[in-house]
Design a protein around this ligand. Structure first.
Ligand code: SF4
Length: 454
């Protein structure tokens, strides 16, 4: 191993926060009526179209979790499903959505496997009756080991779900206890075996860069996932910046070890990639690894979410985001507000922005790891983006190959830096402000500076 001098490094620190969805939405004067008017226009023919549905309920709350969700949902579940179905019908009745066929559907949460078999059928029937689906469409359902019973998995399969995504996070009993992940290893195995009866596509979400986690422990988690015949693995670093305040407080009080420093983060990211590539998985996106003998050798929903301006994601359910060329909006984020808005308007738009981020595909490129040069050129982007690409190439972070630009292995640790560098000034300032505010919640210093790495 070689030691790199600090001045040889392309960046001196890792960004404080990853970018989730680009661009960020801000409250404006636009309302549900503007969105309704927008949905009267046809969608662009170019680009993939996907539908995201959110189920915001969980049986237990994981200690680190930043997502919008709640427990004690039994009385709310059917009213929520009724509202979701009403919103889906309202969306599907618009000229914009009637003119498109969906490439992919993703049901996420929360824990969508809290839905009963009957509720899964209700949603499935709504989709098939009101939306057009492309031949060979991809439909993913997120599940959790204890709530994903066989009758639910069967109901999903009967409605066309063909890809299950399993939120395991870690197999390690120490971390499972720390995070309040209650399913045992045996329960995870049992659900995996049941899912194998109905599905060929089986994704697993794993987290790494956990407090005090060693590379050996990461390898053990990955090994368990591989042994369960997992066809794709999303291995994400835990983003401490957006974890719950209680979790950050525990770290501050030294009840939980500190997050890894920047050096360890880079080392662990490389360890994950190396292990999974060695075990026959292709690195599709920076965190998504797909086994090449699997039936689903792509992740179409991810390609759309992190795709180009014309790749559109339509959101339904509480707090769901919609990014459609021309308009981006987010739904209300409490169950009561969501249901009330759908009952009144059919839709549940809380925040809406005009959206013309033609650079979106380029911003996400380091995460997707590859982009067609033709796709950059046709968007007629500012010369500044070409200058940045030249700089990244000079530093060896990207390489031009034929008609594509690829992230290099050397560029992988810096993919977040590159995404932040490419943000337009206004968005970058907003990004920095959000990241600083979130970091202040932690009330301790993250060690993001890369002094040197070996
Ligand atoms: S990580 Fe998933 S299962 Fe855990 S509380 Fe958050 S949404 Fe629920």
């Amino acid at each position: 191993m070689t030691q790199l001098d600090k001045k040889e490094l392309p960046f001196v620190s890792l960004p404080k926060m990853w970018i989730y969805l680009y661009p960020y939405l801000q409250r404006t004067e636009l309302s549900v009526n503007d969105v309704r008017k927008f949905l009267q226009q046809p969608a662009p023919e170019r680009g993939k179209k996907t539908l995201y549905m959110h189920v915001p309920f969980c049986d237990t709350i994981c200690t680190f979790c930043p997502f919008v969700r709640s427990t004690n949902y039994q009385d709310k579940l059917q009213p929520y499903v009724d509202a979701l179905i009403k919103e889906l019908k309202a969306i599907a009745s618009t000229p914009r959505i009637q003119g498109v066929a969906l490439d992919a559907i993703f049901v996420g949460g929360g824990t969508p496997s809290v839905l009963s078999p009957d509720q899964i059928h209700q949603i499935g029937e709504t989709i098939h009756r009101h939306f057009k689906l492309k031949p060979g469409f991809e439909w993913t359902f997120e599940v959790e080991a204890k709530s994903a019973t066989e009758d639910k998995l069967r109901a999903m399969a009967e409605n066309g779900v063909n890809r299950i995504s399993f939120g395991v996070q870690t197999f390690n009993p120490k971390f499972r206890k720390l995070f309040n992940l209650t399913a045992s290893h045996d329960e995870i195995k049992r659900t995996r075996e049941l899912a194998g009866k109905y599905f060929k596509g089986f994704n697993m979400d794993l987290l790494y860069q956990l407090p005090g986690q060693t590379v050996d422990e990461i390898h053990e988690d990955l090994q368990h996932a591989v042994e369960l015949n997992t066809t794709s693995i999303d291995a994400y670093p835990l983003d401490y910046t957006i974890t719950s305040k209680g979790f950050l407080q525990q770290i501050k009080k030294d009840r939980i070890p500190k997050p890894p420093n920047a050096h360890e983060k880079v080392e662990q990211q490389e360890a994950v990639t190396h292990f999974l590539v060695e075990h026959g998985y292709k690195q599709e996106f920076i965190y998504t690894f797909i086994r090449q003998d699997a039936e689903h050798r792509r992740f179409v929903f991810g390609e759309t979410l992190y795709g180009h301006y014309e790749d559109e994601c339509i959101g339904a359910g509480l707090s769901a985001f919609s990014y459609q060329a021309g308009m981006a909006y987010r739904n209300f984020d409490t169950v009561e507000q969501y249901i009330r808005a759908v009952e009144t308007n059919g839709l549940s738009v809380d925040v809406a922005n005009e959206y013309h981020a033609r650079e979106k595909g380029l911003i996400y490129f380091p995460k997707r790891m590859v982009i067609d040069i033709e796709d950059i050129d046709r968007l007629e982007l500012d010369a500044h983006y070409y200058e940045l690409l030249d700089q990244f190439e000079e530093k060896g972070l990207i390489v031009r190959e034929g008609n594509q630009i690829r992230l290099t292995r050397e560029g992988q640790p810096w993919y977040m830096n590159m995404m932040v560098e490419m943000l337009p000034d206004r968005t970058r300032n907003l990004h920095e402000r959000i990241a600083s505010t979130l970091n202040e919640r932690a009330d301790f210093t993250f060690d993001e500076e890369l002094i040197m790495f070996t």
